[in-house]
Design a protein around this ligand. Structure first.
Ligand SMILES: Nc1ncnc2c1ncn2[C@@H]1O[C@H](COP(=O)(O)OP(=O)(O)OP(=O)(O)O)[C@@H](O)[C@H]1O
Length: 340
């Protein structure tokens, strides 16, 4: 990461952020950079350290080492200035079941010493409207579905104007309808200009609503960046159809590839090869790496040009990138739930 990636353009920044519970390292020296205005997906399997990181960001847990700044201010030192500008939904909201949704929000608003009492009623009504719960404002929360409770939690986070929303697994446990509602809500919050930091163990969810993502695995941050960039990195599979297998293999080997030759249809050879990774692994090259991978991605068209220049007859040529899911599985060593 360059120094240009840091600074006032970031809504959240952590450096070397670490949390140990006894001997267990739950969060292992992570450097997160969440750009302002992004919808940032914080992705990782259960137990990978997402909630612990979020708790440290919000001053709910003390870091063992490292630093966090939120909206450009050090946490937890500047907690009092930061919290009024941040809406959070962490580990499921706790509501009074015997009170209505509106009455619950009134209580939360009253507990906020920055909230002006005279405008409380309007603020609560607006937050309920924002999450589509106006019709259920007077209903007791015990009669709310899980999706409605989650939306009420987000309404609570929206009681004041927020520059940053931090949502920990906001669709966890929701049925498909509730999930859709919450996702649409997250999209519209982002469209209004807030930075939204949303954790999830669902890859599909992050792909649908996020502009950026970070991937956690066993307490470590294994990748982060804009989604299109994360999709681009990683290896791709090349497939070449040619009657000139020997010459073609020689050309591919010159590009550092290891071609595999098959003869499935008698029409010529089908050669497959893995296009070398175009991106450096997070944190640079592994120690002791033999040959350094090229920093420049190998363009498929330069391979075709080299094949043609060497007189190879190219009858078919395709390059398929792995999906984001392939990439995440490769990074975390675990599959992701694919629930929509
Ligand atoms: N208070 C605690 N005491 C001891 N260990 C903890 C504590 N909180 C979390 N851990 C451990 O730290 C690790 C990371 O947990 P964390 O809840 O941050 O992960 P997560 O990615 O948010 O997972 P999930 O989606 O299941 O909440 C886990 O192994 C967990 O058991």
């Amino acid at each position: 990461m360059t120094s240009a990636d840091r600074g006032p353009g970031l809504a959240i920044e952590t450096r070397g952020l670490t949390k140990r519970f006894g001997h267990q390292v739950a969060v292992d020296s992570i450097d997160l950079a969440v750009p302002r205005g992004s919808v940032f997906g914080f992705l990782g399997p259960n137990g990978s350290g997402k909630t612990t990181t979020i708790r440290m960001m919000l001053g709910l847990a003390a870091a063992t080492a490292g630093s966090v700044s939120v909206l450009g201010l050090d946490m937890p030192r500047r907690l009092d200035e930061v919290l009024p500008r941040v809406g959070a939904l962490v580990e499921g909201p706790a509501f009074y079941p015997f009170l209505s949704g509106a009455a619950n929000l009134h209580r939360f608003d009253a507990a906020d010493r920055h909230a002006v009492p005279a405008t409380r009623r309007a603020r609560v009504a607006e937050a309920l409207e924002r999450v589509g719960l106006s019709h259920a404002a007077r209903k007791k929360v015990r009669a709310y579905s899980l999706g409605m409770k989650q939306r009420l939690g987000i309404a609570n986070a929206l009681l004041a104007d927020r520059e940053l929303l931090v949502l920990d697994e906001p669709t966890n446990g929701l049925d498909p309808q509730g999930t859709r509602e919450v996702r649409n809500l997250v999209r519209s919050l982002a469209a209004d200009g807030a930075t939204v930091f949303v954790s999830s163990h669902l890859l599909a969810e992050v792909e649908q609503i996020c502009t950026h993502a970070a991937i956690m695995s066993a307490g470590r941050l294994v990748a982060q960046g804009p989604l299109p960039e994360l999709r681009k990195t990683g290896s791709a599979q090349l497939r070449l159809l040619t009657p000139d297998a020997g010459a073609a293999s020689g050309v591919l080997a010159r590009f550092g590839m290891t071609p595999v030759v098959g003869h499935p249809d008698g029409q010529g050879a089908v050669i497959t090869a893995v296009l070398p990774d175009s991106g450096l692994p997070e944190g640079g090259l592994p120690k002791g790496a033999g040959t350094a991978p090229s920093l420049e991605p190998i363009e498929p068209e330069s391979i075709v040009a080299a094949l043609v220049a060497d007189g190879v007859r190219v009858r078919g040529f395709t390059v398929e990138r792995g999906s984001l899911e392939d990439r995440f599985v490769a990074l975390t060593g675990e599959g992701f739930d694919v629930a929509q």
